[in-house]
Design a protein. Structure first.
Length: 253
C-alpha cells in the first residue's frame, strides 16, 4: 500500500506555512517596540518553535493524531517513518502532555507570545532587556488570566511554563531533522525555510555547501520575510484576543 504523504505538503511544512507563522508572530503586540533587525532575529530563532506549538494545539487526544491544515491527519508511526524520525515519538509525547492542560484559545495565544519573546536567545544586552520586558509582560498577563479563570488549579501556570523547556529542546532537534531531510531529498532549501531551521550553534549543515550560508551572519538580509498578501491562508475561524496595549492578536486556525 502506497503511504499517504499528504502531510509532507501541508502548510505546516512548507514556505507558505512558515510565512503564515511569521505573520502571526508579527501581529503580536510589542513588535513595534523593536527594530527591524531585532524582529528579524526573533523570527529566525523563534518562528519554528511557535509553529511547533501551533501544531501541538491541533492534536486530537481521542484519536492520538495531529490534524493538519490540508485535511490530513498523522499518527506517531507516520511522523516517525516519513519525517520526524525518532523525534516523532518525542513530539507526540509532548502533544499528549500539552493537550491535558486544555488551554483556551486566549491562554494559547498568550503562551505563543511568551515563547516568541524569549530573551534568553538574544545576545545583545540592549535588545535582551527590551525582549525580557516584553516576555515578562506576557507572563504576567497569562498568570493573571489563569488566576482569574482557573482558581481551582493553582499549579496550572507553573505546569505551562515547565513545558517550555521541553518545547525548546524539541525545536532544536526537529529543526535540524527537517533541514537535513530537505537537503537530502531536494538538494536545496528555500531561503525562508532555511532561515528559521538553521541554527549556527547546533546544526550539522553548517559544514554543507549552501550558496547563501556564508552570508547569513555577515550582512542583514530580510528578503526572506517578503510575502504576498494573496498567499495568506483563508480561514474559517478567527479568534481575536485584546490586550492592555489596545492592539490585537489574531490566531488563524
Amino acid at each position: 500500500e502506497k503511504p499517504d504523504i499528504r502531510w509532507q505538503t501541508a502548510d505546516e511544512f512548507s514556505q507558505k506555512g512558515i510565512m503564515q507563522c511569521i505573520q502571526f508572530c508579527m501581529q503580536m503586540p510589542g513588535n513595534n517596540e523593536l527594530s527591524i533587525q531585532e524582529r528579524a532575529h526573533l523570527l529566525k530563532l523563534g518562528a519554528h518553535e511557535v509553529a511547533l506549538l501551533r501544531l501541538a494545539y491541533r492534536y486530537e487526544p481521542e484519536e492520538d493524531k495531529l490534524y493538519l491544515s490540508n485535511g490530513a491527519c498523522v499518527d506517531e508511526h507516520t511522523l516517525m517513518t516519513q519525517g520526524f524520525g525518532c523525534y516523532g515519538h518525542t513530539f507526540l509525547q509532548f502533544c499528549r502532555i500539552f493537550s491535558r492542560l486544555e488551554l483556551t484559545i486566549e491562554e494559547f495565544v498568550l503562551l505563543c507570545c511568551i515563547v516568541f519573546f524569549s530573551y534568553d536567545r538574544i545576545e545583545g544586552q540592549a535588545t535582551r532587556v527590551k525582549v525580557e520586558e516584553l516576555q515578562t509582560r506576557y507572563c504576567e498577563i497569562e498568570r493573571l488570566h489563569i488566576a482569574r479563570n482557573r482558581n481551582h488549579d493553582q499549579m496550572h501556570f507553573t505546569k505551562l511554563l515547565l513545558l517550555l523547556s521541553k518545547l525548546r529542546a524539541l525545536d532544536a532537534l526537529i529543526a535540524e531533522r527537517l533541514l537535513c531531510l530537505q537537503m537530502n531529498t531536494d538538494g536545496q532549501v528555500q531561503k525562508c525555510i532555511f532561515e528559521v531551521l538553521h541554527r549556527e550553534a547546533t546544526n550539522v549543515v553548517v559544514d554543507m555547501e549552501i550558496d547563501f550560508l556564508d552570508a547569513v551572519d555577515t550582512k542583514p538580509d530580510y528578503s526572506w520575510l517578503d510575502y504576498s498578501p494573496s498567499e495568506q491562508q483563508i480561514t474559517t475561524t478567527t479568534t481575536v484576543v485584546s490586550l492592555p496595549s489596545q492592539q490585537t492578536i489574531v490566531n488563524n486556525n
